[in-house]
Write a protein that binds this ligand. Structure first.
Ligand SMILES: Nc1nc2c(c(=O)[nH]1)N=C([C@H](O)[C@@H](O)CO)CN2
Length: 116
């Protein structure tokens, strides 16, 4: 399966369970693996047939600015749904790390979602 990937994407947003987190921005690190048939774009050298990773990053940034969640699980689910719908992507694997969450470890979530 062909993929377009976006790894180590630093996203700054308001996120967290605790009250003190509701008023500050925190850094998240996203890794996205997006199923996309790359041959048509390669055959024509046409960005219009490619999954434009810049456009994907921009959409996620706009979404993260406009919404606020407590759990990174919720953010992951919403981003996966957004990408499947807006870019017509068949399969999304998304990992979100929250580097500042705890001092003992790097923590986060990973989901895989398919277009239904
Ligand atoms: N599975 C999760 N556990 C926790 C989350 C989360 O989003 N998913 N969030 C927190 C707090 O917001 C924490 O990051 C504050 O440091 C705790 N556990």
């Amino acid at each position: 399966m062909d993929m377009v990937f976006i790894h180590d994407f630093e996203l700054t947003t308001k996120i967290g369970v605790f009250a003190w987190e509701h008023h500050i921005e925190q850094k998240l690190i996203l890794d996205l693996d997006l199923a996309w048939p790359n041959r048509p774009a390669a055959a024509t050298d046409d960005i219009n047939l490619a999954l434009d990773y810049s456009a994907v990053v921009a959409q996620i940034q706009i979404f993260a600015l406009s919404r606020q969640f407590e759990l990174i699980e919720t953010l992951a689910e919403k981003i996966a749904a957004l990408l499947i719908e807006q870019f017509n992507i068949e399969y999304v694997k998304l990992k979100i790390r929250k580097p500042g969450a705890i001092k003992e470890a790097t923590v986060g979530v990973q989901i895989e979602r398919r277009k239904s």
